[in-house]
Design a protein around this ligand. Sequence first.
Ligand code: C2O
Ligand code: CU
Length: 527
Amino acid sequence: MSLGLAEAGILAPGRLRAQSDEATPNVLFGVRLEPFVDPLFVPPVRRPDSVVGGTPHYSITLSEFPQKVHRDLPPAVVWGFDGMTPGPLLVAERGQQIVVEWLNRLPTRHRLRVDHTLDGAGTGVPEVRSVIHLHGAHVSAENDGYPEDWITPGQKQQTIYSNRQPAATLWYHDHAMGITRLNAMMGLAGPYLIHDPEEDRLNLPSGAYDVPLVIQDRIFDGRGQIVYPVGADPEAPWVPEFFGTQFLVNGRVSPYFNVEPRRYRFRFLNASNSRVLQLSLVPEQGFLQIASDGGLLREPVKRGELWIAPSERIDAVVDFGGREGRRLMLVNHAPAPYPTGGGPVPGLVMEFRVASPLRETADPSRIPDQLVQVPRLQEKQAVKTRRLLLLEQMAGKGLPHRLTLDGHRFMDPVTEDPVNGTVEIWELVNTTIDAHPIHLHTIHFQLLERRAFDVRRYKATSEVVWSRPAIAAAPEERGWKDTIICPPGQATRIIIPFRGEPGRFVWHCHMLEHEDNEMMRPFVLRS
Ligand code: C2O
Ligand code: CU
């Protein structure tokens, strides 16, 4: 799919106009906004409120407030942390535990329509609930933010994050049963970094040159408010996917960022509900990918395009050296739903302006050829292989789809129960037509390979028969992962070292609409 600049609004500067979105059954009106008029907001580093016995303590408030997202719009009513969305940047050192108290001061009525027919979101439970999960963290079950461990306005959630894992880009977000998509849409997400001496020694771009970019798609109405679609049935307003018409980067619509002619490390996080991103720079300029979800790769990987599914993180270095005076646009050209949909494609994500003078005489950062050791797990280490199907089901005549993991619903008895300390292979067989980003809590895994199977035959006989040779993991996917994109018609084979504290966690699709409607399962780490 190609990028239409006129379509994306670049040829109609300064004008606000209604735009209908024919790709979704319910006609939505969103405003068209001039891109690159607001500066990038960089989430500030959150300082601890106190340090008790060497442990930093944070008390972070979830609340509703107005936030200016674009020059030409009145402030949007959003939900966030400490008065901002995305929330402030939490920074931890490897091995240094921190305590975070999440204080729910949200209103008691949701701003978006709750679907009370979804499991866990019935009329018997409060409409506004929150539970914060630190995505990508190795944690114990009681600190993980289990979907049913929600609290209500006025209550607080106490969490301990041990940070016993390598330097990486993590993020915190709401995970409340049946309403995660709505809470995330309102803004309950924020970035979290772990540093370690091994990474510090490499002298990668740091400080002001290490910038989180939280990318989300949204629809705003003419009054500047967040619009979320509802399905045809007023009793069951759930929609199977959300695709917005504007990009937010760090909570601002398609902002610009003044950069120096030197290297930057950008921590790309796709925090969209459903949208897969395929990002590139225009005019053409490459990325050097240095990390994935779980931390640094073994060696940097040159990439012309970054493919990021919801909740995946990619750390990439961009070198603006020698580009003084230039402007580079970050554009998206992934169809939605991915990969075969024809949904709206907002193209313009943000703009880099190489407009600031070098603060130091030369760029002191380096990108070594070797970053860290990443041992590759071997198939023979696995004690068990589980074949798990990604399935789409009709919920009944005229009712929207439901997606499931291996045909089970969230409330069904646990079927995935790995023994702590063992390695397993999970074959995620995607029988649907969309790609799904599958995420496991509390551990990191590695991609072994992907392999196409005969979908027609599967539909007829329920057998999985390979139709092509397996494709080994590409270099950029050979690091530690916690979320893996599972393309349609393929089995995505991952190898998982289960080690941590025994307890009950979840695994799920990170398209939040799917997650909220049964595409989430518990797993028990057994001792
Ligand atoms: Cu990003 Cu289960 O979460
Ligand atoms: Cu899904």
